[in-house]
Design a protein around this ligand. Sequence first.
Ligand SMILES: [Zn+2]
Ligand SMILES: [Zn+2]
Length: 298
Amino acid sequence: MITCSVPSCSNPTAGGEVCGLCLGRLLGDLAAVDELVDDLDDTVARRTRTGQRVGSRPSDTGLPFNVGAAEVRDDLRNVLSTWVRELWETHGPRHEVPTGETAPGGSPVVVAELDPLDLDDTLPDMAAWLRRHPSWIEYHQAAGELVDEITDAVERARRAVDLPPARLYCGPCPNCGADLYARPDRATIGCRECESQHDVEALRAALLDAARAQLATAAEVARALPRLLGRDLSANTVRTWARNGRLTRREPDERGRPRYLVGEVIDVALATPSRTQIAPSGLPWSRDRHGVAGRASK
Ligand SMILES: [Zn+2]
Ligand SMILES: [Zn+2]
């Protein structure tokens, strides 16, 4: 069994270097880059125009707030281009180029040269390119660092523009396997690749079902589940539920941290109202607690 190499994640992987939840989280973040860049640009322009300090709101996020939207944007660009380059150097096709010299046997000496990468170094283009190469990422030996650095840079960008997670990861398209991301207010999603239409509720229920059998620490649950559940869930909340006897502590990980059955956490989360509901009604896990209000409009 291979353990996910994302720092502090200890899920088993499907054979690659990172687990499905971490890869899904990465792909979801990459899908958000387009909108995020627009918002970062707006933020930089607005604050520059009004003479405001170019930076984020002073807040409770614990960030050093001399880090402004412009720096966050540059940082995201650096991180994305570093990993694009790394993946291309590892997996990109090479062609043989004669050096002009001749080997002792009389044959021309050739070197294998990496094909040039045809890609604009804009943030949306780099993010889209990375999303087209999930298996290059999944099996790269430094995949854990890649996921950690990119998701961290995206998270900082989000905080800089004060943007909630924009899209819900819905898993692969049942038709063609392309990753699907739904806007939180939509009940159906159209696949960009094969144009098939799917029910967001059913896709996400299947995704959650697949996660149910896994064991995870409170920190891992807090990282992976909010995006899947569409509600806020902190590691502290998970630990509180365990102390109150609502969750059973399972076999600890190799560092002795208690783990929980993801399915059990999901059930408790669904049965507990959240103050910060990300997903609107229309998804089963919000309908449970918030009735069917809002669905009548469909
Ligand atoms: Zn993982
Ligand atoms: Zn498709």
